[in-house]
Design a protein around this ligand. Structure first.
Ligand SMILES: Nc1ncnc2c1ncn2[C@@H]1O[C@H](COP(=O)(O)OP(=O)(O)O)[C@@H](O)[C@H]1O
Ligand SMILES: [Mg+2]
Length: 329
């Protein structure tokens, strides 16, 4: 974990002026205390909670949970909105540069906040390298393509490398030490641990300046642990719940989330890239933008939009250098 002096730990995030739970009407002091102790400190945390989650808190039944959530949603203005209101909300979204103009262009300006961007590709397609790059660029000030914020990184394969962060920070004029201090890494040893660390990361985002959550990779543990047809439905339910918990927080906080995914060959595919991301419909539908990465010549990599609500089809070629992701000159 980052030291006390760390920038992301020192001051509360700018977005953290969301109303405190004590400002909510129709909530008694005992219930308020129970909620706060269980990590629901803000109106927003309560408004985005589910009845099931809340009723797990001792002394809060389903009925109370339902009433509290609905009250919080009303106060947090989570009902219907006009297209114009939504346009104003979308205009607050920001983009994190990948340092390659071609890839930024493909992504509509970089990795977008408020949604989940999935990068899927085979082994060595450069997923983890791209994650390192984004963990550095998110720390740049907005005028240089960052958010001026830190990172929470869930590492399921043990491939986070501090040395890569340092190598990528220096050419961008960032202090490598500070850069590392602004990255919280959780090495997840199994799927349970992955869920626990992600929850910790989402909680950390409540009072730290975190602009990006990285899950590298999403499915590795789930794929290895849940084998056999009988466990598939349960696995999918778990992943769905997991991704939605992330989505709720990043939408409200206007943070970005990037997940990497493995691919498997589609035997019936005759044209184009025969690889398809794993994780089935749940991952396909919860990722906002799905990008497929593949290896090109030498250090070149090709990214292609597989699915997105607003990005047109297309691809981008870039290279992986010691200093990071760059356009091909
Ligand atoms: N220091 C470096 N300088 C340049 N390229 C590197 C460096 N380290 C790793 N790479 C490139 O990144 C590749 C690994 O990509 P990686 O992101 O780990 O793939 P994935 O996560 O998709 O399996 C290596 O094969 C190498 O080409
Ligand atoms: Mg990797």
């Amino acid at each position: 974990m980052a030291s006390k002096e760390s920038k992301i730990a020192a001051e509360p995030s700018i977005e953290d002026d969301t109303p405190d739970l004590s400002s909510m009407t129709g909530i008694g002091p005992t219930t308020l205390k129970k909620l706060q102790e269980s990590g629901y400190g803000s109106l927003e945390a309560l408004a985005t909670a589910t009845i099931l989650e809340l009723s797990e808190i001792p002394g809060i039944g389903e009925k109370v949970a339902e009433r509290l959530i609905s009250q919080a949603r009303k106060q947090f203005k989570m009902g219907l909105k006009t297209g114009k209101e939504l346009k104003a909300e979308f205009s607050k979204r920001q983009h994190i540069t990948t340092m390659a103009k071609s890839l930024d262009h493909l992504l509509g300006g970089g990795v977008e906040t408020g949604c989940i961007t999935e990068f899927a590709g085979a082994f060595r397609s450069g997923k983890t390298q791209l994650m390192h790059q984004l963990a550095v660029t998110v720390q740049l000030p907005p005028e240089k393509g960052g958010l001026g914020k830190g990172v929470a990184w869930i590492d399921t394969e043990g491939t986070f490398r501090p040395s890569r962060i340092e190598e990528m920070a220096v050419p961008l004029g960032l202090d490598p030490d500070e850069c590392l201090d602004n990255i919280l890494v959780g090495r997840a040893y199994n799927s349970d641990h992955q869920l626990e660390l992600t929850e910790e990361a989402l909680n950390a985002a409540k009072d730290r300046k975190i602009g990006l959550i990285i899950i590298d990779s999403l499915m590795a543990h789930f794929r290895a642990e849940f084998v056999g047809r009988g466990t598939l439905a349960f696995r999918q339910q778990m992943i769905g719940k997991y991704l939605h918990a992330i989505l709720r927080v990043i939408e409200v906080k206007n943070m970005a989330c990037v997940i990497t995914n493995q691919v498997q060959a589609k035997p019936d595919q005759l044209f184009g890239d025969p690889n398809t991301p794993i994780g089935g419909n749940v991952v396909a539908h919860t990722s906002t933008h799905r990008i497929l990465l593949r290896k090109g010549k030498g250090n070149q990599r090709v990214a292609a939009v597989l699915d997105s609500p607003n990005l047109p089809e297309g691809d981008a070629t870039y290279q992986i250098l010691t200093e990071g992701i760059r356009d091909i000159k």
